[in-house]
Design a protein around this ligand. Structure first.
Ligand code: ADP
Ligand code: MG
Length: 620
């Protein structure tokens, strides 16, 4: 008999399950039933597509047996089953990104971690919240030998050959002393109803009950074994909407979403006509933990005429909707559709397009707290959508939100436009990495003075790439305030007047700074700061950052224009300054501090510090 060590991560997970998690233990039933349901789906598919299994009489079912005397609960199915290496690979190692991500997110704080467990399914291992011993007896369909995988959850497991008639899996769970509540028929039935009512297969509950026959002195009490179906066993999405209540939808979500929380919203659609398909989608309240991992687990399952095809196809929805959970059931795809060719399938492409639109419309309809929750969780992925999905750009632009220079909280384009200048039809924005830097940017001064709202876009590595690609929102044009003239009340003549007046000064600063700036000019956008830097609006590279990012390259540095504030005391005094070394220091300080205000680095940080010290000393 071979003993094996669990993979290290599983060891950790097991420890957590046995020692730290105490709330919500009942979900182990949901997880095991869900695995059985998957296994039944897989066998059903095999039966319908593989000649070797075609002739078999088969009715898929899950059975749960409660044994009070033994203190054990057994969950079994007649699904696809596992052979020796399946048992070791699937139960002895963590292959899935979701579980790995779960492990990485553990805080060590039992309370927080047990909330985390509710956020996403941890699968088979959740059984160790209640088990002191687990035996998984399984026989793979089409194979002769059955195997038993046994463990007490302490870090080691054993696998040995055993005999078993039918293909499928039986999981024997010896419950811990204080977890015997799950041997109560009502308790277990309640949990099954709550999480697994609408899995497509019947769940049979087997238990023994005392029954009294006869009356008075003749009365005999004996134990009678009983068996009853405890779930609805209908694929929920196939039922007409009119027959379904909100509770039914939420129940089903808990099954397929492995979530104990309710979804934000759901949408159930039956499309008839040239193509027929049904979709049922849910938006989870909390984003999946692996949402930002390349190897995320997709949340949508594909069925063909109620037969499960795959739950591992990332192409069923666009990648930016990877947080959506649900089901697509097509009437038109062939059952034996090759999983590799799914991407190129026209029928699926049509379903994908239709589904995307419906989901985005449902998101757009979210109101109040729900809308806020959605944005808090998914604003960033929606921006990915803006970048990638040109077909649905309009809808997506009505969903994404940004910070604002004039408003609290987050603002959408629609809201911005509703109070913007409807003659000019311009949406002003500034992008960067740090909210405070953006809010304090000298470039904002003129907008503040003119009472014009500017969107503050500080979503790292996203806004600066995505926003320049937007261009238009309805008839409104998006304007990066670092590349355009500031709003001001001065006429062109007045501006030229000022420029002429300060020409000798701006020329002298340019001469001092050399190639560090492209141009030095007088500014009309500043009120309290002496200087600012802007990107050259005529530079062909400005706004191409997105293109470079797409190619995985860093954008070349765009030349900067230094603007000085002719109203500022320092600039006025600088104009007549005779101390040439002080003039030089101050010119550099004007540039470097302007750069710092935009979150850019001075070219030579120690020189900058040196100059500030020199100037400060002179001032004393
Ligand atoms: P998940 O179900 O998300 O893949 P689990 O931890 O729940 O993760 O299960 C791990 C794997 O073990 C499953 O993917 C499946 O391959 C296998 N497995 C678990 N239970 C069964 C079962 N009852 N029948 C067949 N295979 C199973
Ligand atoms: Mg599972």
């Amino acid at each position: 008999m071979a003993k094996h060590q669990f993979q290290t991560e599983i060891g950790q997970l097991l420890k957590l399950m046995t020692h730290s998690l105490y709330s919500n233990k009942e979900i182990f039933i949901r997880e095991l039933v869900s695995n059985s349901s998957d296994a039944l789906d897989k066998f059903n598919y095999l039966r319908l597509t593989d000649d070797a299994f075609k002739e078999q009489e088969w009715t898929g079912r899950v059975s749960i047996k409660l044994d009070k005397e033994d203190g054990s609960l057994t969950i079994g199915d007649n699904g696809i089953g596992m052979n020796e290496s399946d048992l070791m690979d699937h139960l002895g190692t963590i292959a899935k990104s979701g579980t790995k991500a779960f492990m990485e997110n553990l805080t060590g704080d039992a309370k927080k971690d047990s909330n985390l467990i509710g956020q996403f399914g941890v699968g088979f291992y959740s059984v160790f919240m209640v088990a002191e011993q687990v035996d998984v007896i399984s026989k793979k369909a089409g194979e002769d030998q059955a195997y038993m995988f046994s463990t007490d959850g302490s870090g080691e497991y054993e696998v040995k050959p055993v005999t078993k008639e039918e293909h499928g899996t039986v999981i024997y769970i010896k419950l811990k002393e204080d977890e015997r509540e799950f041997l109560d028929k009502w308790r277990t039935q309640e949990v099954v109803k709550k999480y697994s009512n609408h899995i497509a297969y019947p769940i049979m509950l087997n238990y023994s009950e005392e029954e009294t026959e006869g009356e008075g002195d003749d009365a005999v009490t004996k134990m009678v074994t009983k068996s009853e179906q405890i779930n609805a066993a209908t694929a929920l999405w196939t039922l007409p909407k009119s027959e379904l209540k909100k509770e039914d939808y939420i129940e089903f979500y808990k099954t397929i979403g492995h979530d104990s929380d309710e979804p934000l919203t759901y949408l159930h659609n039956k499309v008839e006509g040239a193509q027929e398909f049904t979709t049922l989608f849910y938006l989870p309240k909390t984003a999946p933990i692996d949402m930002y991992r390349a190897d995320y687990t997709p949340g949508v399952k594909l069925y063909v005429k109620r037969v499960f095809i795959t739950d591992d196809d990332k192409e069923l929805l666009p990648p930016y909707l990877r947080f959506v959970k649900g089901v697509i059931d097509s009437e038109d795809l062939p059952l034996n559709v090759s999983r590799e060719l799914l991407q190129e399938n026209k029928i699926l492409a049509n379903i994908k397009q239709n589904s995307t639109k419906k989901i985005l419309q449902a998101i757009k309809k979210l109101k109040g707290e729900d809308a806020d929750t959605f944005i808090a969780q998914y604003n960033r992925v929606m921006k990915e959508g803006v970048y990638m999905d040109h077909l649905n750009k309009e809808l997506l632009l009505d969903i994404v939100k940004y910070k604002s220079s004039t408003e609290e909280g987050l603002v959408g384009f629609e809201e911005y436009v509703s109070r913007g200048d409807s003659e000019k039809k311009e949406i002003y924005y500034i992008t960067g990495e740090d909210e405070q830097v953006l809010r304090n940017s000298p470039l904002l001064e003129a907008y503040k003075k003119a009472n014009i709202e500017v969107l503050i876009m500080d979503d790292k590595e996203v806004d600066s790439i995505v926003t320049p690609m937007i261009g238009q929102y309805k008839e409104w044009t998006l304007k990066d305030i670092t590349t355009i003239d500031a709003p001001d009340s001065k006429s062109e003549e007045e501006k030229e007047e000022v420029a002429k007046e300060f020409k000798s000064l701006t020329d002298k600063i340019k001469e001092t700074l050399g190639d560090a700036v492209k141009e030095v000019k007088t500014s009309t956008r500043l009120t309290s700061s002496p200087s600012c830097v802007i990107k050259d609006p005529n530079d062909p590279m400005a706004g191409m950052a997105a293109m470079f990012a797409q190619m995985g390259q860093e954008a070349p540095e765009t030349p900067l224009i230094l603007e000085i504030n002719p109203e500022h005391e320092m600039i006025k005094k600088l104009d007549g300054l005779s101390d040439t070394s002080l003039f030089e220091d101050l010119s550099w300080i004007l540039l470097d501090s302007a750069k710092l205000s935009e979150g850019l680095e001075p070219k030579d940080k120690s020189a900058f510090a040196q100059r500030v010290a020199t100037v400060a000393t002179k001032a004393l």
